[in-house]
Design a protein around this ligand. Structure first.
Ligand code: FES
Ligand SMILES: [Fe+2]
Length: 386
């Protein structure tokens, strides 16, 4: 898991002005709430008084109030009230918690979990089609009991469709099946591919006439699909069922911890635009997602193996190999959580860490230690330097 990226925390609709929401992200507890201007805010959840969970408290005058002794923290994470000191209280400067940048977009509330200054932050994956005429959006949310890297790698894996999704292949029955050669394309924050494919014609698919080959069995170049990842935990899968019949699935994934991921899928389509088709489209997306989930939740080891000798990659796994190169690049930058050190510290039961926030670059005097990170090498990010 990596700091210094945007992660989806909650939906905009569920974050009301009435109460905070406590969520776990990157193995850490965070609290989200709306301040008095209705702006979404995100703080570290651990109260620096004696460790109460802020997310279980309430909102007062636009501040989040700890349920234990009523300390109040504003959207910047600064303590604004310590009731036990009485109304004339002087608040000590150390009474602050980490506050993370937030942006609300695509119906979601994203938190930037890291300490990079604004100009250096990797951007959120954009959805150019969002609120564009001729496109329709649906938000679909699901939880997977798997490591988030396994989930992203599944999206970058053109070889699984044939076997995992009966509607997208032939379950290995065609003698001439193979994954076409892939051309991997690098973008600024990730890589991906677009590939022609052929699939079974299915009466219940929105594009029942589109997935086809011609009389000689050649691929229709208009029927294609591919996936690009953006950062470690976001990706878009583009499914072009015909020249003008497209579905673009933007997945913003939140690693809850090492073993669980929450997926916020913004499903964009430029066909079947009537609202009453939403339920059918969502149902279909969930059928496909559940086919993936059945495999993902049983994979071993839980995270990707620590050495390349512990599995056998094929050319069809090229996009996955490239994704791992990016992850190594971000590890070299010093952005990867050091899970082994976190685990051994937590085993002692007397420590809680905070994901460092941007204010840590300029302010000292924090109560909680920052989470241990794998030391960076200062090496350039291999893929980005290409
Ligand atoms: S632990 Fe939060 S106010 Fe005491
Ligand atoms: Fe899949």
């Amino acid at each position: 898991m990596f700091i210094n990226f945007w992660y989806p925390a909650v939906t905009g609709a569920e974050l009301t002005a009435d109460k905070p929401i406590r969520v776990q992200m990157l193995g850490h507890w965070l609290v989200l709430f709306r301040d008095s201007a209705g702006v979404a805010r995100c703080l570290a959840d651990t109260c620096v008084h004696r460790g109460g969970a802020l997310g279980l408290g309430r909102i007062r005058r636009g501040h989040v109030e700890c349920p234990y002794h009523g300390w109040q923290f504003d959207g910047e994470g600064r303590c604004q009230a310590i009731p036990s000191l009485g109304p004339e209280a002087r608040i000590p400067p150390r009474a602050k918690v980490d506050s993370y940048p937030v942006q609300e977009k695509y119906g979601l509330v994203f938190a930037f979990l890291g300490d990079l200054p604004e100009a250096q932050r990797p951007p959120l994956m954009p959805i150019p089609e969002y609120e564009t005429p001729g496109w329709r959006a649906n938000l679909i949310i699901f939880d997977i009991h798997c490591n988030y890297e396994r989930s992203i790698e599944n999206g970058l894996d053109p070889g699984h469709n044939e076997f995992v999704h009966p509607s997208q292949g032939f379950e290995g029955e065609r003698a001439d099946y193979r994954v076409p050669e892939l051309e991997i394309e690098d973008q600024q924050w990730g890589s991906g591919f677009m590939s022609v494919f052929r699939g079974r014609e299915r009466a219940n698919l929105p594009t029942r006439t589109a997935m086809r080959t011609d009389a000689e069995g050649r691929f229709d170049p208009d029927v294609s699909a591919g996936t690009w990842h953006h950062g470690p935990a976001q990706m878009v899968t583009k499914i072009h069922m015909a020249r003008t019949n497209w579905m673009h699935q933007y997945m913003f994934e939140c690693p809850v911890d090492e073993d669980r991921v929450k997926v916020y899928l913004v499903n964009m389509r430029n066909c079947l635009l009537d609202e009453e088709k939403d339920a059918k489209v969502v149902e279909r997306c969930l059928v496909v997602a559940n086919q993936d989930i059945a495999v993902l939740e049983k994979m071993q080891p839980v995270t990707t193996p620590r050495s390349a000798t512990l599995e056998i990659l094929m050319p069809a796994d090229g996009p996955i190999a490239r994704y791992r190169q990016w992850l190594r690049g971000w590890t070299d930058r010093g952005w990867r959580l050091d899970i082994a050190r976190i685990r051994s510290a937590r085993a002692e039961r007397d420590v809680v860490f905070a994901i460092p926030s941007p204010a840590r670059a300029t302010e000292k005097n924090w109560v909680l230690d920052p989470v241990p990170l794998v030391p960076g090498t200062g090496a350039p990010v291999a893929v980005q330097e290409r």
